[in-house]
Design a protein around this ligand. Structure first.
Ligand code: GYE
Length: 307
C-alpha cells in the first residue's frame, strides 16, 4: 500500500503537514463552497495548504501537481477536471513517494495504486435519484415526456455518471425521450445559452429539463422566463447539488427538485491527510452521504443548509 516506505511517519510531530491541493476552478456555487470548506478545514487542522486554481484546465492541474512534487509536499490532493489523462503525472508522484488523494471527482487509470483514496459522491446514484424522481412525478401519464439535458463538463466524472445513472432509470419506459443533450460546462452562463438554443429548436415540445448541476439549471430558468414560459410549471426542472441558489429557486417555485451533492469535503480531507501522516491505511473509497430535496420541502430545509 502507499503508506509503505513513505517518509510521512517520520515527520516530526511539531512540523506542519504540507498539503498541495489542485482545485478545478470556480465554475459553480458548489465549487466555491468546496474551496471554502477545504481552506477552512486546513486552517482548523493546522495544516499548511498550498492551493492552486486550474481554471477548468487539465494542463494547469498537471502543472500544479508537478510543482507540488518539486516542492516535496507531504500529501497531494486534487479534484480532477476530467477522468482521463492522469497516468503520467500520477506515476511521477508515486516515484517521489508522495501519496495522492482524489477528492470529488474520479480518474480513469488502470493502476489504482496511483492514488491512496477517492473521497466524494456517487454520481451514478445521483443520476438515478433524478431519474426515479421523474418516473414518480410522471406516473400514470402515457404521453411522451420530452427531455432536454444540460450536461456537465465533457469528460468529467459527474457528467459521465449523472447521464448514465439517469438513462439507466428512464430507459425502462419508452415514453421518456431525451430530445436534446449538450454540455453547459457546469456554469450559469453556458446553461442559459444552451437552453436558449434548445428552446429555439424545440420550443413548447420540451416537457422536462435535466441539468447536471444547479448553476446550469439557474441559467436555464432565466432563458425559460425570457422565452415567456414558466419554469417548474411549463417545463419541469430537475438538477443536482442542492446549493443555496437552488433552494431559493425552489422556494420561488421555479425549480422542481435538486438532488443533493455535498461539497463539504474539507474536514474529511484533512483527516485523511493526518491519517496518512500517522501511517494509517485509508479505505480506497470514501462515499459522501446525500439526499434529495423536492420543492415542497425547500422552505423547511433552507435554514439548515450549509452551502
Ligand atoms: O456538481 C458542479 C461542479 O464535481 C460534483 O462540479 C462536482 C460538480 C458539481 O461544478 O456544480
Amino acid at each position: 500500500t502507499l503508506s509503505a516506505g513513505l517518509p510521512l511517519g517520520a515527520l516530526a510531530a511539531d512540523k506542519k503537514l504540507v498539503l498541495g491541493f489542485s482545485q478545478i476552478g470556480a465554475e459553480s456555487e458548489w465549487r466555491t463552497a468546496n474551496t471554502e470548506s477545504i481552506k477552512a478545514a486546513a486552517a482548523a487542522a493546522g495544516i499548511e495548504l498550498k492551493f492552486s486554481d486550474a481554471q477548468q484546465k487539465q494542463e494547469n492541474q498537471i502543472k500544479a501537481l508537478r510543482s507540488f512534487i518539486a516542492q516535496k509536499v507531504d500529501v497531494i490532493a486534487f479534484s480532477p477536471v476530467v477522468e482521463s489523462g492522469w497516468e503520467t503525472v500520477l506515476r511521477e508522484a508515486k516515484a517521489a513517494k508522495i501519496p495522492v488523494i482524489l477528492t470529488d471527482r474520479a480518474v480513469n487509470v488502470k493502476d489504482d495504486s496511483l492514488y491512496v483514496t477517492f473521497m466524494g459522491s456517487d454520481f451514478l446514484e445521483e443520476g438515478r435519484k433524478a431519474g426515479r424522481w421523474l418516473v414518480e412525478k410522471t406516473k400514470g401519464s402515457t404521453g411522451d415526456v420530452n427531455i432536454v439535458e444540460l450536461q456537465g463538463t465533457v469528460g468529467s466524472a459527474p457528467a459521465i455518471d449523472r447521464k448514465k445513472g439517469f438513462e439507466e432509470i428512464i430507459k425502462a419506459d419508452p415514453k421518456f425521450k431525451v430530445i436534446r443533450s449538450q454540455t453547459g460546462d457546469f456554469t450559469r452562463a453556458k446553461g442559459k445559452e444552451v437552453m436558449e438554443a434548445f428552446l429555439k429548436a424545440e420550443g413548447k415540445k420540451i416537457n422536462v429539463l435535466y441539468a447536471h448541476n444547479d448553476d446550469m439549471a439557474i441559467g436555464a430558468i432565466q432563458a425559460i422566463e425570457e422565452a415567456g414560459l414558466k419554469p417548474a410549471k411549463d417545463i419541469t426542472i430537475i438538477s443536482i447539488d442542492g446549493v443555496k441558489g437552488a433552494f431559493e429557486a425552489m422556494i420561488a417555485g421555479k425549480l422542481n427538485v435538486s438532488v443533493e451533492c455535498s461539497p463539504l469535503l474539507g474536514p474529511q480531507l484533512m483527516q485523511a491527510a493526518q491519517d496518512l501522516k500517522a501511517g494509517k491505511t485509508l479505505p480506497k473509497r470514501i462515499v459522501t452521504q446525500e439526499s434529495i430535496f423536492p420543492m415542497e420541502v425547500a422552505a423547511k430545509e433552507f435554514p439548515s443548509r450549509k452551502y
